[in-house]
Design a protein around this ligand. Structure first.
Ligand code: ATP
Ligand code: MG
Length: 336
């Protein structure tokens, strides 16, 4: 099916990144809801065509449970568009940017609902499922598509109400990667030390699989603790942050909330020397993930309740947004 703008009915904006906007759309001929990503580029038609061709390779490849489905790409004027699977739980950065123990008033305090909701964080079994899904997604990209993700971070890890975890925004198109020149690296970087210090130079060809492993480890910590793992002083100033990443000890999972296996697993991703980091095979063989595999095979009682967790997390997020809205409304300054 050839996608084009005329067949897409625009819905709400799902989010905005450094390079474009993501919108919920309805593909009217098929009735499929999709996420449309728009990337504004100043390129000529030949380059735009090359990008569309590279992206379209995804269309023909085998799919994975841990990668968002791809529906097609096209361009209009100088914007590249591609349609991917819509994930109704959104990205993990927005779902878990909450501190452990944070409390908000419940949405309907008058009803049977409890009066307030306390954020219980990400339990170890849920974290293991997320981490395992990410590794399987990354391994699929590498083994089946010969693609290195290059942009592993919580905003590129999506969840749905079925409790599935999938990766998006991987570097399938070299041309697209080059065009959105990553000069603006934002105020929180997930780049591995070797990319910063230029051991391999910060170019696309020399980015290695293990650079993704570093970003994976950092993302898993962020998902667990609800915030970017390096201290705030470090990200108020990008140069200071890069220096911190190179010089300081890598962050760790909080050992009071997670098992030593979980902490060890994350530590094996965050080895500063790229050749010392765990491989995907080792990460999957590790106890932390193997325990999850056993639970995934177990029916009933022992299974990880991903659906329950995502439902509770989205409920907390909704209550928090409603509370913030209420505060903003009452805080309108009064004239004396
Ligand atoms: P950056 O531009 O630095 O990569 P980002 O990943 O947040 O940051 P985008 O990729 O443009 O930026 O995505 C913007 C937001 O849209 C995401 O944070 C996510 O919440 C939402 N989003 C992206 N893809 C989907 C999708 N397939 N389904 C649902 N929501 C999505
Ligand atoms: Mg993204």
């Amino acid at each position: 099916y050839k996608l084009n703008m005329e067949d897409l009915e625009r819905g709400e904006e799902l989010g905005r990144g450094n390079y474009g906007t993501v919108t919920k759309v309805l593909h009217t001929p098929t009735g499929v809801t999709m996420a449309l990503k728009e990337i504004r580029l100043e390129l000529d038609t030949a380059k735009l065509n090359a990008i569309i061709m590279e992206l379209d390779i995804l269309h023909k490849t085998a799919s994975s449970q841990h990668i968002v489905d791809f529906y097609g790409a096209f361009f209009v004027e100088t914007c590249v568009y591609y349609c991917m699977e819509y994930m109704d739980g959104g990205s993990l950065d927005r779902l878990v940017n909450v501190s452990f123990g944070e409390t908000v008033p419940a949405l309907n305090p008058g009803s049977d609902d409890e009066k307030e909701i306390v954020w219980q964080g990400v339990p170890e079994d849920v974290l293991a499922r997320i981490a395992g899904s990410m590794v399987k997604g990354l391994r699929f990209l590498k083994d089946e598509l010969d693609v290195i993700h290059r942009d592993v971070k919580p905003s590129n890890v999506l969840i749905n109400y079925r409790g599935q975890i999938k990766l998006c925004d991987f570097g399938v198109s070299g041309q697209l990667e080059k065009s959105i020149a990553k000069t603006n690296i934002g105020c929180q970087t997930y780049m591995a030390p070797e990319r910063i210090s230029g051991e391999h130079q910060n170019t696309i060809g020399t980015y290695t699989v293990s650079s993704d492993v570093w970003s994976l480890g950092l993302s898993v910590i962020e998902i667990a603790i609800g915030q970017y793992p390096y201290p705030p002083e470090a990200y108020s100033n990008i140069l200071a942050q890069l220096k911190t990443i190179i010089q300081d000890d890598a962050p760790t999972l909080p050992s009071d909330r997670y098992s030593s296996e979980a902490c060890q697993w994350v530590a094996s991703c965050l080895v500063k020397a790229s050749n010392g980091r765990a491989t995907y095979a080792q990460l999957l063989q590790h106890q932390f993930i193997q325990r999850d595999e056993a639970k995934a095979r177990a029916e009933g009682g022992d299974a990880v309740d991903m659906v329950g967790w995502v439902t509770a997390a989205l409920k907390f997020k909704e209550a928090k947004a409603a509370h913030a809205q209420a505060l903003a409304t009452t805080a309108i300054p009064q004239r004396p």
